[in-house]
Design a protein around this ligand. Structure first.
Ligand code: HEM
Length: 117
């Protein structure tokens, strides 16, 4: 079998591919529990102590629950915030003359107005 079926029980990941055909409860129930948190499904089936011991043979690692669900999203949003503030700084540096010109024009207009009075 070329595809892999991973089971997540209590934040441990199990590669159940080689056990599917041997599972006494059938492969369909195990397949239905792959790709998600299968802790409840596994517990509800009332597995024996020996079944739990057998399961350890298929453990391939632990889930890092502190990691973001989609790490790429977090990286992208961090980049975006950094870019946003950098863009704002660039704009301020480039267009500092605009507010200065507005203030200057207002002062000149004010002076002309006062002189006319
Ligand atoms: C690596 C993971 C698993 C292993 C090693 C495993 C092992 C076993 C074993 C040895 C039995 C025979 C009864 C016993 O000793 O408790 C069994 C029965 C059963 N298992 Fe699993 N199991 C696994 C995953 C699952 C999952 C994810 C489900 C999903 C619901 C499931 C559902 C069942 C059911 C319904 C039975 C009862 C079958 C019957 O009594 O007719 N198992 N399993």
């Amino acid at each position: 079998m070329s595809s892999k079926f991973w089971l997540d029980v209590m934040n441990s990941v199990y590669d159940v591919t080689p056990y599917l055909d041997e599972h006494p409860g059938g492969d369909d129930v195990v397949l239905a529990a792959t790709g998600k948190d299968a802790t409840d499904d596994f517990e509800d089936a009332g597995h024996s102590k020996s079944a739990k011991e057998l399961m350890q043979n298929f453990c391939i690692g632990e889930l890092d629950t502190s990691a973001p669900i989609i790490p790429e999203l977090e990286i992208a949003s961090k980049k975006e915030t950094a870019n946003y503030s950098r863009n704002l700084m660039d704009l301020t540096k480039q267009y500092w003359a605009v507010p200065v010109a507005i203030v200057g024009i207002s002062v000149v207009a004010g002076l002309i107005y006062l002189r006319k009075k």
